[in-house]
Design a protein around this ligand. Structure first.
Ligand SMILES: [Zn+2]
Length: 117
């Protein structure tokens, strides 16, 4: 779906603007949530500000398959590594490569999160 790749582009633009990826998933669509420079949490798919309610303890995720969970955290870890490199990299060619890797990882993350639903 072209809608999905459009979202990925928006996510990449957010990163370029200094937003950072958080470990949260959008409660409405499961997309990764970004933290904007302003401190607001933002869902690129819903194009909405997201309020994460912290109850003081992690949400119970009883129906979650463990394999998805570990895959998700692996990908999330990789995304955060690449994101750091992306922010520090100034070489245009390397940025292109890092950007492409980042997008692939984000796509995979979104797929895994959709599978969990
Ligand atoms: Zn959303």
């Amino acid at each position: 779906m072209p809608k999905n790749s459009k979202n990925i582009k928006i996510m990449a633009d957010l990163l370029k603007q200094g937003a950072t990826l958080t470990e949260h998933a959008c409660p409405a669509c499961s997309s990764p949530i970004f933290k904007l420079r302003s401190g607001d949490l933002w869902c690129a798919s819903c194009k909405k500000r997201v309020i994460i309610v912290r109850a003081g303890e992690p949400e119970p995720e009883v129906t979650e398959a463990p394999v998805f969970s570990s895959l998700e955290s692996t990908i999330l870890g990789k995304i955060q590594e690449i994101e750091k490199q992306f922010v520090e990299e100034t070489d245009a060619e390397k940025l292109k490569t890092l950007g492409a890797t980042l997008l692939t990882l984000l796509e995979n993350l979104e797929k895994i999160r959709n599978m969990k639903k």
